[in-house]
Design a protein around this ligand. Structure first.
Ligand SMILES: Cc1cc2nc3c(=O)[nH]c(=O)nc-3n(C[C@H](O)[C@H](O)[C@H](O)COP(=O)(O)OP(=O)(O)OC[C@H]3O[C@@H](n4cnc5c(N)ncnc54)[C@H](O)[C@@H]3O)c2cc1C
Length: 393
């Protein structure tokens, strides 16, 4: 552990113990900066779903010491294919999975979100057993030139030298500091499920990491936890959406109805979903923000740049942010300098990926039976060659 650059008496407050907040905590701890992460939930938990961690984020997990065990838990990453939903024709194939480490210095892992989240939380807590405070829902803050005071709905308040809003897409920190920014419904609904491998059709297992693109819809599946579970994520257009949240129960009949013209193995895979393990949510999008920092408060992850899932980069961007934030603090002599360096290093990259993900959604869903379009994957866009561990800050 090296010594911190920026003088930070007392722990830095991080709001939200999600993937981004915990990565920032671990990165700051690595550089000798004490942190306190305030999470609204009374227990740490993650939703049952997969998350793709590409080399640009895997290098961070390796650097912070938790990458190798997570890669071991995940098992080998199969080769990625993009196929037409109309006839199963191959439109694109991803790079050889063995090429990632030689080319980018880090691997590519499909992780169970709970495995990633627990590894981050365990590492943060083993550095400092008091680092994560549960049951703290952030309400509002006050700041002056020297300090920030965060107020929580449990009627406690905490004074900190700086505060990082890592409280996700509906960020209360962002609302407090920059005013309410309404997210708009994209017209796309997502459905997700985990299917035990024993129920997965043979044809799907033969080609386990595939994205099908079709008119107005796309569906991706990939295996998790050493091929014991298949992660399934479908996206479809739906005119209206009211409910908030990532875990609204859906039915197999509803999922099948939306994908009834997809190839037979895909329909068999949907039909094999255990009923209670199927959820849906409405995809929301926001315009990129021109600034993430005000005084002693900055933001990261979905709080700063929520994005649609079409490039599979939301968590990766949160991990990149967390790493760079720690490095910026270590390299600076004041919080103002650290946050300015952090934002300058990150804003164009993350806002650019946010817009690219939006565009990618229109490409997938613009596919027609006669002319499927795979758009450009994160690999083809060159996103993996950014290394948050070594990029200048
Ligand atoms: C099903 C699914 C699949 C995905 N797949 C991928 C993928 O393959 N690859 C990828 O890179 N990205 C993926 N994403 C996107 C990715 O998960 C998000 O971009 C990522 O979780 C953002 O991390 P975060 O830490 O910024 O926010 P979050 O993960 O939302 O964490 C925010 C945390 O803040 C807490 N919080 C919220 N409000 C408050 C408050 N007022 N006070 C205190 N705490 C608060 C929340 O409880 C939560 O713990 C996927 C998302 C979903 C839903």
């Amino acid at each position: 552990m090296s010594t911190a650059g920026a003088r930070v008496p007392g722990p830095v407050a991080i709001i939200g113990a999600g993937i981004g907040g915990l990565t920032a905590a671990l990165s700051l701890q690595h550089f000798g900066v004490p942190v306190r992460v305030f999470e609204q939930a009374r227990a740490l938990r993650e939703i049952g779903a997969g998350v793709t961690i590409t080399p640009n984020a895997m290098s961070v997990l390796d650097f912070l010491g938790i990458g190798p065990a997570l890669a071991e838990q995940a098992g080998d990453t199969p080769r990625y294919f993009v196929r037409s939903a109309a006839d199963g024709r191959e439109l694109e194939r991803g790079p050889d999975p063995w090429s990632f480490v030689p080319e980018f210095g880090a691997g590519y892992c499909n992780l169970h979100r709970a495995d990633l989240h627990s590894a981050l939380a365990a590492a943060v807590s083993s550095n400092d057993q008091d680092a994560i405070a549960l049951g703290h829902r952030f309400d509002y803050l006050e700041q002056d030139g020297g300090t920030v005071i965060a107020h929580f709905s449990n009627h406690t308040a905490v004074e900190a030298p700086a505060l990082i809003g890592a409280d996700g897409g509906a960020s209360a920190v962002r609302d407090t500091v920059f005013g309410g920014q309404n997210a708009s419904y994209t017209g796309h609904v997502a459905l997700r499920a985990l299917v035990p491998v024993a129920r997965v059709p043979e044809a799907i297992l033969a080609d386990p990491y595939t994205l099908y693109v079709g008119a107005g819809r796309s569906l991706i599946h990939y295996p998790l936890r050493r091929q014991t579970t298949m992660n399934v994520l479908g996206n479809a257009q739906a005119a209206q959406w009211q409910a908030e949240g990532w875990s609204i129960p859906a039915t197999v009949a509803e999922f099948l109805g939306l994908f009834e013209d997809f190839p037979e193995p895909v329909r068999e895979l949907i039909a094999a979903i255990p009923g209670p393990d199927l959820f849906k949510w409405g995809l929301r999008d926001r315009e990129p923000l021109p600034a993430w920092t005000r005084g002693r408060v900055t933001m990261l992850g979905d709080a700063a740049h929520p994005m649609t899932p079409y490039l599979g980069q939301g968590a990766c961007m949160a991990i990149e942010d967390g790493m760079v934030l720690g490095r910026a603090v270590a390299a600076s002599r004041s919080i103002a300098e650290a946050f300015a360096r952090y934002e300058a290093a990150r804003r164009d990259r993350a806002n650019g990926v946010q817009l690219a993900a939006r565009y990618q959604g229109t490409q997938h869903h613009g596919s027609t039976a006669s002319g499927p379009s795979s758009g450009k994957t994160a690999a083809a866009l060159g996103l993996f060659s950014y290394d948050p561990v070594t990029e200048p800050v």
